[in-house]
Unconditional design. Sequence first.
Lengths: 130, 384, 348
Amino acid sequence: MPTPSRYWREIPQRYRLEAGKCKGCGFVAFPPRVVCPKCGAREFEPTKLAEAGKLVTYTVIRVPPGPFEDQAPYAVGIADLDDGVRLTAQVVDCDFDRLAVGMRVRLEFRKLSEEGHAGVIYYGYKFVPE
Amino acid sequence: MRDVAIIGVGMTKWGELWEKSLRTIFTETALLALEDAGVDKFDSLFVGCMSSGLFVGQEHLASLLADDLGRIPVPAARVESACASGGLALRQGFIEVASGASDVVLVGGVEKMTDVTGCEATYALGTAADQEYEGYHGLTFPGLYAMMAVAHMHHYGTTREQLAMVAVKNHDNGSKNPLAQFPFKVTVDGVLNSVLVADPLRILDCSPITDGAAAVVLCPAEMARKMKKPAIRITGSGQATDTIALSSRRDLAWLESTHLAAGKALAMAKRKIEDIHLFEVHDCFTIAEIMVTEALGLVKKGQGGKAVEDGLTARGGRFPVNPSGGLKAKGHPVGATGVAQAVEVVKQLRGEAGDRQIKGAKRGLTQNMGGTGGSSVVHVFEAD
Amino acid sequence: MAGIIGYGADIPRNRIRVEEIAKVWGADAPSYKKGLMLEEKSVPSPDQDTITMSVESSKRALKRAGIDPREIGAVYVGSESHPYAVKPSGTVLAEAIGATPAVHTADLEFACKAGTEGMFIALNLVRSGAVKYALAVGADTSQGAPGDALEYSAAAGAAAFLFGKERLVADVLETYSYTTDMPDFWRREYMYYPRHGGRFTGEPAYFAHVTGSARGIMAKAGLKPADFKYVIFHQPNGKFPFRVGEMLGFTKPQIEPGWLVNKLGNTYSGSSPLGLTATLDIAKAGDLVLLVSYGSGAGSDSFVIRVTDRIDEVRDLAPRTRTLLDTNKVYLEYGAYAKYRRKIRKAE
């Protein structure tokens, strides 16, 4: 899991879904980037992601990495948000057999993990069924 | 660019090698390759290793191994591209010989994965993904490939049974490989009833955690001929990158980097895919092999599942894939895999593959891939 | 003229029934259900805590208020289960809603009335003109000691209120606080579960302060119980609100809309605030509402609130409290509940 500075640096993305819209071609980069991967331009204007979309794929992770040991099994998915941006996140508050390609989801603020009992608590976004 | 030959190969038994450290595993394997090549000196060393840092706390690996091999002050470099580290090390060695910068180059790959717990290994392997936007959310490699499988199954109707058949085929091949980690057969039922790792992938869909190394010795083809060695040449090498995060790709069920790397390697070799007699590909998960066969052009997009079901990629099929047992049965010490694929192809082209021998094999192709396809390296090998 | 311009609630979807807890401890479920007038309580998922619920309830309050979060000048989170002992919940909330950096933040604690504490402060900052808008949240994921009576009721939930001077949804006409020092319920630092004085928490604690506060505000405002359409009392169990209501001269119909505890449990700092969000969900323009909180230690904050006609425009801009309470529920067994609430000792 990230060090305190690595966590803090991504707060605008993790808490507020702040992205960058390329001034050259309109591509939305999340997280924001220096170089547009579509047209190579270097100027972006601030924008925010849409907060709902639909799943294009998903899975249930049953063998977790260390920091997520207590959470398994948990579902994760990739969704096409209503603004066309594709996002990866856990899918919670949803029975596993309800997961389906095309399922509508929205984003909610949740706890991702923590650095043990005494470390930093990591917050961010997760999908919940709409 | 000079023609490049492989004059020596080395590989030891792969598995959970509790008694051997990373350096021992590598050194023993490298010495086998040098012995097989009949050379003692080499000009340069490339070592493929994904993460000696996370697995055994060791960086500066190339120097350490050059030292351990007793060959300092030879120039040495560690090459990293996640699971494509070995293939990329091979490419660097190939380029150095082809360019004339070096004559004899030793290329090795090694990974020591059992000195950490399973959870720690899962985490280390996960560093091949996007740490802040995939790893942060609890993604693992089985999880990412499972999502590719769900997309592939949704779009093309690939079935759970077809995925299992990849494991069955590769274990059947692996049962004839004395160096494989799991030299035993499995059944479709056995795969379908094994424990879930990331739905729909089960433990028998996944390559294992393995300790092991592989090594090859390269030199100019001209030199190989003078040494009267069987002339096995690397005739093509290609590499391509793709987005690090799976969610950055429009088509979740397609491996573009493999498609591009194969195109470049075949173009260099002046061959078409139909000219190749055997393929060693990156079956880190059963779905990966299915997608690779499509990306290589062995079958049309979406037909990879049907191909394995129809026996197209079996040892006796039109396009034998993974006669060594693949990552699934042979094992997957990450950095070593790409080099071990070359070892198998060379043995096959020399006619030294025993019960796994593909009859009349003259041309082989290796495909090594990092992460969810963020990097792919393809090589074409030919026997004169 | 200052009051509520937006409100929002967040309630986790997990529930555990009284019978399920009683079964494990060998207690008589029917007598607990009858004695506490309680059937089930909410349980936070492992990825929910005071901070996440504060963020979600505040986002809902913002939807109803329709203001630019950068104009929020103060953010307060009242809880007795802040995730950090040192490092505010309020800063995470302020970042998440986009109120940073020109904002004042503080975390508050006063047992179950930390939420109304924040409301008192936020309201008065706006009234005085010190800030344009202020946000106050009451949120908790409190723990009940296993096998203790409080385990049946200690629940999780959050309510958020945005205060301003214009476009009021509900005008706050009067406030009054009644406070004394009293060790009825407490938790020492580094202790995992709170302790309490048993029956001592009733008459001299809850009842004395709630009646003291309610009588005090009615005297100050020149009002009597019959003047109010609705009243919300702090809800540590199902019985106390009706008993104190009766003592003061309020009727059941006045209490019922804001009485959530029988299905929700006691959400501590969220308790009377959630009663208020549920009441606002069904109130009409002109309704007079009395809110009386209680926090052990001890104290009670009262508010006289008059609902405006803006309520009809905003109430459905975010989920209603009873929708969150009554729909999409998942019932847990004690094992899952104990795992979620970290009552199981794991290896270091």
